[in-house]
Design a protein around this ligand. Structure first.
Ligand SMILES: Nc1ncnc2c1ncn2[C@@H]1O[C@H](COP(=O)(O)OP(=O)(O)OP(=O)(O)O)[C@@H](O)[C@H]1O
Ligand SMILES: [Mg+2]
Length: 259
């Protein structure tokens, strides 16, 4: 059975609203996939469904060939981690404890080792000992990413499926680049599949292997950055005035808005 996560004719209807319609996508280890689309397209909803938090009303999500609803929550939490679009903490937790929460599915003997490793990778070292609730928005995002990575850390590498909902929305340029370079490098190690919701199409162009474009709950494009970030395709689905140019240093498209 191929090590992959895929959907078969997945649909979700809540009340009269068709939130997802006939979605067929697959996510493979080694790959960074960007999920893009206008506000309200269904990106966060699809992430909730792909991760087992929102069962579909028809169709299915298969992980390693087995329907997601048939996985125990413990086995599932060792295989997939999620960083949500909004996350709040009701209590005061220090940064290391928030990251260590990601280790809940695993034996506790190497918790400190893994927490230290992911803190170093995500640039959270300087936040050691700080109260999570008092961190800036971007600092909180980096800690949440470290927590999600800690959850998938196994035999000294991240393994499984990592889902991130707009993980760079509060990050400055340095940290956007740092985090996307990191995700790409970790995926290329071969055992991790990254599925990341991004509004910044230029980040998606630079660091994703594949882009899935959602519009009103349907997949309207799925392919390489060059295929999906096409001027007509983007104008049609985003209804924005824009140009698509080549990056001067890399063989990828870059999107510019018209004034
Ligand atoms: N539980 C629900 N019941 C009814 N409608 C919902 C529910 N959850 C989401 N929706 C609606 O589904 C649509 C898709 O929402 P979703 O949050 O998935 O969009 P999104 O693509 O992530 O948008 P954004 O870019 O703004 O984050 C929206 O119109 C939203 O109002
Ligand atoms: Mg969303």
């Amino acid at each position: 059975m191929p090590a992959q996560l895929h959907t078969e004719n997945l649909s979700l209807k809540i009340g009269h609203q068709q939130l997802l319609e006939n979605i067929n996508v697959s996510l493979h280890p080694g790959e960074v996939v960007a999920l893009i689309g206008p506000n309200g397209a269904g990106k966060s909803t699809l992430l909730r469904t792909l991760t087992g938090f929102q069962p579909p009303t028809s169709g299915q999500v298969l992980l390693k060939g087995k329907d997601l609803t048939r996985w125990s929550s413990e086995s599932l939490s060792r295989l997939r981690a999620v960083m949500r679009q909004q996350s709040t903490m009701a209590f005061s937790w220090c940064v290391e404890d928030v990251i260590a929460m990601g280790r809940a599915p695993w034996p506790s003997d190497n918790t400190n080792h893994v927490v230290n490793q992911v803190m170093a990778l995500t640039g959270c070292d300087a936040l050691k000992g700080r109260d999570f609730s008092r961190l800036s928005g971007g600092e909180q995002q980096r800690v949440q990413l470290a927590r999600a990575l800690a959850q998938l850390w196994h035999d000294d590498i991240p393994q499984g499926w990592l889902f991130l909902d707009e993980p760079t929305s509060a990050l400055d340029l340095y940290h956007q680049q740092h985090i996307l370079r990191l995700l790409k490098r970790l995926a290329k190690m071969g055992a991790l599949s990254v599925c990341v919701v991004l509004h910044d199409l230029n980040l998606a162009a630079l660091w994703s292997d594949r882009i899935i474009l959602l519009h009103k709950g349907r997949v309207v494009a799925d392919g390489t950055p060059d295929h999906v970030l096409d001027e007509q395709t983007l104008q049609r689905w985003y209804q924005a005035d824009l140009r698509v140019l080549r990056h001067p240093d890399h063989p990828v498209p870059q999107v510019l808005l018209e004034q």
